[in-house]
Ligand binder design. Structure first.
Ligand SMILES: Cc1ncc(COP(=O)(O)O)c(C=O)c1O
Length: 455
């Protein structure tokens, strides 16, 4: 039973009878590798995680062997690395179920493979309602849409689906009366079964007499009293039913505290995160209590790849979210509490050699969203010893690469890059090759490959 006295939801997110795809074989017989020492009292779990031999030189050899016959550009997932990351996230979550952030994978088959491989995951945190409706159509359940929708046609579609499965249809996010009114205007005030909604509670940290607000600027619901008032407003509407709460602390989960060469910034980040988390833990527990007194909740969701161990220790939270940790993009390299293995990689060909110490790769300018900064650029990962040209960065059709390693590369050779963020990579490629060891074991369409570009 959940802390709210309701039966737990499905563990897999896949309806019974739906087979989960599997790549040929599994990542076994893996040597062990180091996991970073945990900070403070956060982590009491095992200190080691099984993983393949994933040092850069061995990786390059494996990738060159696996893709000898394939011409770049292409993208792939190193399953040995991904399962190692998955095991580490499950260890850090210490038994608290993890909802998979679909935006950070954008590959339906891979998500289903993860559900089939591991017990600790439940459902998906979707990024748009059309996406959730599509996944439902494909047989997936336990779908929570993390960001409010204004898509009236999709809401009407959801109302029809909810009429068929009143307790299992996707849940949509709300944070204001405006959202409730928009939904009602789209679907009507009296419908066959009420739409299932989730209340988004603000995690941001307020300082300097509330003048400085650190954290995601999303929902205006910041206090337990505001959560209670919105709950009451939802309860007064026959077309809506509040079944969940979510509270995402992006300034803690999504911000590394161990950037190389930045000791002062790192120390300040850690102080801010510890102080914010201490405040948030109490505040959101109070809000969950207020809301639960009015309506029973099926789930309370929080966290992300970066702070699973914190959320694991929080009784008011029934489940965590993680997504980026599977692919381990570069923005997740610099945390004191964990070390992930790069798992999602893309390859571009060397197309020309302008001179000594420089080669030019075709394409590669796949910048990540967010505040425009150098850390949003892709990283030339293998062979080691390449860097972007600060004057040109990663280009729309050409990316100059500087460094000693350039002189060892010939036209037609592959350069392997890492993206700064996770799922956005899949908007650039229609399929992901899956490799184990030095072998391609499968290929899966990305969302783009399935003709789906939700955002
Ligand atoms: C609502 C919400 N929850 C959780 C996450 C964490 O996802 P990830 O593990 O991919 O960082 C995010 C990421 O942006 C998010 O927006």
């Amino acid at each position: 039973m959940t802390p709210f006295g309701l039966p737990p939801k499905t563990a897999t997110g896949i309806r019974s009878g739906e087979p989960a795809p599997r790549a040929g074989g599994s990542a076994t017989n893996e040597p062990r590798s180091r996991v970073k020492a945990p900070v403070g009292q956060l982590d009491t779990g095992p200190r080691e995680t099984p993983t393949a031999d994933l040092n850069p030189r061995a990786r390059l050899e494996r990738y060159e062997a696996a893709f000898a016959e394939l011409d770049p550009p292409f993208a792939f997932v190193d399953l040995d690395a991904m399962w190692s990351n998955s095991a580490d996230m499950l260890r850090r979550a210490r038994g608290k179920p993890i909802r998979i952030a679909s935006k950070s994978l954008r590959c339906r088959g891979l998500v289903q493979m993860i559900f089939g491989h591991e017990q600790g995951y439940r459902g998906q945190l979707c990024f748009t309602l059309p996406e959730a409706l599509w996944l439902a159509e494909k047989g997936l359940d336990d779908l929570l849409v993390a960001y409010p929708t204004t898509d009236r046609a999709a809401l009407r579609h959801l109302a029809a689906l909810t009429a068929q499965t009143p307790n299992g249809a996707p849940i949509v996010m709300v944070d204001s009366i405006e959202h409730l009114e928009l939904i009602e205007a789209a679907v009507g005030k009296v419908i066959a079964a009420p739409l299932r909604v989730c209340l988004d509670f603000d995690a941001s940290f307020w300082l300097a007499g509330n003048r400085l607000k650190i954290g995601p600027k999303r929902t205006p619901v910041h206090t337990a009293g505001q959560a209670r008032r919105l709950t009451t407003a939802i309860a007064a509407r026959r077309s809506l039913k509040l079944v969940a709460m979510m509270c995402y602390e992006g300034h803690i989960a999504g911000r590394g505290d161990d950037a190389p060469g930045r000791p002062i910034r790192n120390a300040l980040t850690r102080r801010m995160q510890d102080a914010s988390y201490a405040e948030l833990r109490e505040r959101r527990a109070a809000a969950v209590a207020e809301v639960s007194a009015i309506t029973p909740l099926e789930l309370v969701n929080a966290g992300g790849t970066g702070d699973l161990e914190r959320v694991a220790s929080e009784p008011a939270i029934t489940e965590a979210t993680a997504g980026s940790g599977f692919y381990a993009p570069t923005l997740f390299d610099n945390y004191t509490t964990f070390a992930l293995q790069p798992a999602a990689i893309f390859a571009q060909p060397v197309s020309r050699r302008p001179g000594p110490g420089i080669v030019t790769a075709l394409g590669g300018g796949y910048l990540a969203s967010g505040a425009g900064a150098k850390n949003r650029m892709p990283d030339p990962y293998l062979p080691q010893g390449l860097r972007l040209d600060p004057m040109e960065g990663a280009g729309e059709v050409q990316t100059p690469l500087l460094g000693a390693a350039a002189d060892c590369l010939r036209v037609g050779d592959k350069v392997y890059f890492r993206h700064a963020k996770a799922g956005e990579l899949c908007e650039r490629f229609d399929r992901l090759y899956l490799i184990e060891g030095a072998r391609i074991v499968d290929e899966l369409p990305t969302y783009r490959g399935e003709g789906k570009t939700f955002l």
